[in-house]
Design a protein. Structure first.
Length: 163
């Protein structure tokens, strides 16, 4: 099943429901967040988090035949921010991951090529850009969104988007 497919998201949520139960009811983690296959557990006690990480990895291996990603599963201070769903989340603000910011510029360039060769309509580009802007609005991205909107307006000889 392709990654990103809606059914794969549904099945990930269904399959990992057992993990939710384990973390919330067996480990009694108070601050646990999961979206599809990404999850975060917050706690002040680093030793407890290390213990929980081992227990979660064992649970995943034994019960679900899965494992934690060795490089992405880390314990670190909250002040460094959490990377989740394409954002860097801090206690007082959210930033878009740099890779997501770079990706919109690449996408805009590809759209321009497709538009010039007649392979895509301006309306499709505008819809895609509207979706990205709606996503980016969840972070502190006002300046970036304005730059992208002006680049879109310039590239496609339009008045841009009103966001």
């Amino acid at each position: 099943m392709p990654l990103g497919n809606l059914t794969s998201q549904f099945f990930a949520n269904l399959y990992l429901n057992e993990l939710d139960y384990f973390v919330k009811h067996k480990l009694k983690a108070k601050y646990y967040i999961r979206y599809v296959d990404d999850f975060v557990i917050l706690h002040k006690n680093k030793r407890l988090l290390k213990n929980w990480k081992k227990k979660i990895n064992n649970f995943l291996k034994e019960k679900l035949k899965l494992g934690l990603h060795p490089e992405k599963s880390k314990i670190f201070p909250l002040k460094r921010g959490i990377t989740l769903l394409g954002f860097r989340i801090f206690s007082k603000h959210r930033l878009l991951k740099k890779s997501n910011a770079r990706r919109i510029w690449k996408r805009l360039g590809k759209f321009k090529q497709k538009y010039q060769s007649g392979n895509i309509e301006k309306e499709k580009i505008s819809q895609s850009l509207d979706g990205w802007i709606a996503y980016a609005e969840f972070a502190n991205t006002y300046n970036l969104r304005m730059k992208v909107a002006f680049a879109f307006a310039e590239a496609f000889n339009t008045e841009g988007i009103a966001k």
